[in-house]
Design a protein around this ligand. Structure first.
Ligand code: MF3
Ligand code: CO
Length: 252
């Protein structure tokens, strides 16, 4: 079921989204060689709670950490641990927060020190792919338009589109209808309407898009071992397009 959010609900989701955005900004300076992913997760957990919110990932279908931290060939759902970040890594923080019952969700990939050309290319065009997808978001536009735009752009730049994972509706649940795939056919799929809130999240790979799940039952990695990147915003469909809820905010 797809729900349209009221003005009051959108305000709450704006606050939830802003908490997610602020958590990214808070963690960014810590993303240096030598920090463990567990230390990052602990910082995120405390910071989100200090803003009267809870980390939505914690215990979500049994997920054991506060946020998802995925390094290099890990695509999504990486679990914090003793691993230390090192020069040349890329790390994706996928942060979800729940404020007064409403969720915000945003992922961003960051580089540690100097990264190689393959990772530079992947990061640049995955971030751009997010905005290429968002450009399709407007009332009357359709879900297939978003996926088609992302896929065409990604493949034109030699990147792989992970098909097993999608963006999603979001609200009082972290994952709601509709699915928002990163591939598709224009003018097909659910029609967007003002008040819908969706998370658009290209997950792209440097080479082959094939993925598998590690023995921890969570971490999704590329089969070929090449890196993946992931950029995600939660947005509300407005009368003339969309508004990002997980970005900079006037009162933030
Ligand atoms: N942003 C992630 C997603 O949309 C959130 C996952 S929470 C987890 O899939 F608990 F499943 F990791
Ligand atoms: Co998401």
């Amino acid at each position: 079921m797809i729900t349209l959010k009221s003005k009051r609900e959108i305000e709450l989701m704006h606050t939830a989204g802003n908490i997610v955005y602020k958590t990214h900004q808070y963690l960014k300076p810590y993303l240096k060689e030598g920090i463990t992913t567990q230390e990052i997760d602990d910082l995120a957990d405390k910071y989100i709670r200090s803003l009267d919110a809870t980390p939505s990932c914690k215990n979500y279908e049994g997920f054991p950490a506060a946020i998802c931290i995925s390094v290099n060939d890990e695509v999504v759902h990486g679990i914090a641990g003793k691993r230390k970040l090192k020069n040349g890594d890329i790390v994706t923080l996928d942060i979800c927060a729940c404020y007064k019952g409403y969720h915000g969700d945003s992922a961003w990939s960051y580089q540690i020190g100097e990264i190689d050309e393959e990772k530079k290319h992947l990061m640049k065009y995955t971030e751009e792919a997010l905005f290429v997808g968002l450009k399709q978001v407007r009332p009357g536009g359709r879900i297939g338009d978003i996926g088609h735009a992302i896929q065409t752009f990604a493949e034109a730049h030699g990147l792989g589109v992970v098909k097993e994972l999608c963006g999603h509706g979001i609200g009082t649940n972290l994952h709601e209808d509709p699915d928002v795939p990163n591939y598709g056919i224009p003018n097909t799929g659910v029609k967007l309407r003002e008040g819908m809130v969706i998370a658009v999240e290209p997950m792209l790979t440097a080479k082959s898009p094939r993925v598998e799940i590690l023995d921890d039952d969570w971490t999704v990695v590329t089969v070929d071992g090449h890196p993946a990147a992931h950029f995600e915003h939660t947005v509300v469909v407005t009368a003339d397009g969309y508004e990002i809820l997980t970005g900079e905010w006037k009162d933030g």
